[in-house]
Ligand binder design. Structure first.
Ligand code: PLP
Length: 391
């Protein structure tokens, strides 16, 4: 199989597996005071320092979680409650219209159940947030804004947001900023201290670490209201026995992702550009979505006129190439992606979209394999689409 879905998850690094295997056979709870507990604690603290050194934050700013979804929930719910509790006028949350569901759904919940008012800031046709609209929305009534949450880069179309400008605008009014950087670690340089971001989400399984572990980098001055109540293991903000082996794996994965970031980004950008050029040259129905310049190195996202994304995905899968539509499917009916709709892509085009995402292990042969089968697959999907429409 040719794997072109690294943005969904990617290969676990051999050194991560090695370290996790060593840790898994050790008994010990990092909260226990005896020798085995102290050993487990040491494992966790080494990983915390690896994450902190790689991403330029303090070890005490690293809160280990069960992954990107939990980090996003903790950031947006916890910071909303914190800010709203300290000043009830703060009810507004400003966000982009193209967030991942791990941010979008908690925000919809806060809006529907917790009295928050979420404002979805528009993006342009390339998926870039409208900074003027963000500014205008804040300036309407800065005192009422609890939080700004904008992803650093989009998981579907790969568009990179002007996160530093976003932070600058929000901080003029002392409004905290959360950013989902799940797709960014290992692809763009991250300096948490210099970025000014107040809370940053990352996930292990997107960078060669294990599934089920992630972190929220959180500035010391914030104590969000917890989402999980219990032992308070992580700064009294996150409860649950620390998953020592997963955390050890995450530490190594973050270190590796950052150590090879520049060289990986350069190589994969060139490979991705070759993929885009070859798809556009070989498939007349293909249209590239997103921003070619401000784009994650591994992302190529296309719409194929006259096709359904799910049909394309299944035909490609049968031909040995794995990809993703990036959008949800409700009761078997393909739904157009909210990201593409927010970018102004018509529904009929949006439903015919596919994402190809490259990772560290991707090579030109993967692109060759795609180009070998894609023109035939698109033709078949177009024929299937025509038949479905005429019947
Ligand atoms: N945020 C973004 C941008 C993602 O791409 C993902 C995963 O697809 C998540 C959050 C969720 O992360 P996790 O799978 O670790 O819960």
């Amino acid at each position: 199989m040719t794997y072109l879905d690294h943005a969904a998850t990617t290969r676990v690094l051999p050194q991560v597996i090695q370290r996790m295997s060593e840790v898994m056979v050790q008994t010990g709870n990092a909260s226990s005071l005896h020798k085995s507990g102290r050993e487990a604690r040491k494992t966790v603290e080494i990983a915390r320092e690896q994450v902190a050194d790689a991403l330029h934050c303090l070890p005490s700013e690293v809160i280990f979680t069960a992954g990107g979804t939990e980090s996003d929930n903790l950031a947006v719910k916890g910071l909303y409650w914190l800010r709203h509790n300290s000043d009830p006028r703060r009810t507004r949350i400003l966000t982009s219209a193209i967030e991942h569901h791990a941010v979008l759904d908690p925000l919809v919940w806060l809006d529907e159940s917790e009295g928050a008012e979420v404002e979805w800031i528009e993006v342009d046709s390339l998926g870039r947030i409208n900074l003027e609209a963000l500014k205008a929305s804040i300036e309407k009534d800065p005192e009422s804004v609890a939080l700004v949450s904008v992803m650093w880069a989009n998981n579907e179309v790969g568009t990179i947001q002007p996160i530093h400008e976003i932070v600058e605008i929000a901080h003029q009014y002392s409004i905290p900023v959360h950013s989902d950087a799940v797709q960014v670690v290992g692809w763009l340089p991250i300096d948490f201290a210099a970025s000014g971001i107040d809370a940053l989400t990352l996930s292990g399984h997107k960078i060669g670490g294990p599934m089920g572990v992630g972190a929220l980098l959180l500035r010391r001055e914030f104590k969000p209201v917890p989402v999980l109540h219990g032992g308070g293991q992580e700064r009294e903000v996150r409860s649950g026995t620390l998953a020592t082996h997963l955390i050890a794996g995450l530490g190594i994965a973050v270190e590796d992702a950052v150590a090879h970031q520049a060289e990986r980004a350069e190589r994969i950008t060139a490979l991705r550009n070759s993929l885009i050029e070859r798809v556009l040259a070989n498939v007349p129905a293909a249209h590239l979505n997103g921003d070619l310049v401000n784009r994650l190195p591994g992302n190529a996202h296309f719409s194929f006129e006259g096709c359904e994304g799910d049909a394309l995905l299944m035909l490609l899968d049968a031909a040995g190439v794995e990809s993703s539509t990036g959008s949800a499917c409700t009761a078997g009916i393909p739904q157009p992606s909210h990201v593409l709709l927010a970018m102004g892509v018509p529904v009929s085009t949006a439903v015919g979209s596919l994402r190809f995402s490259l990772g560290s292990s991707s090579v030109e042969a993967d692109v060759d394999a795609l180009i070998d089968v894609l023109p035939g697959v698109v033709e078949r999907a177009q024929r299937a689409g025509k038949t479905a429409r005429s019947s």
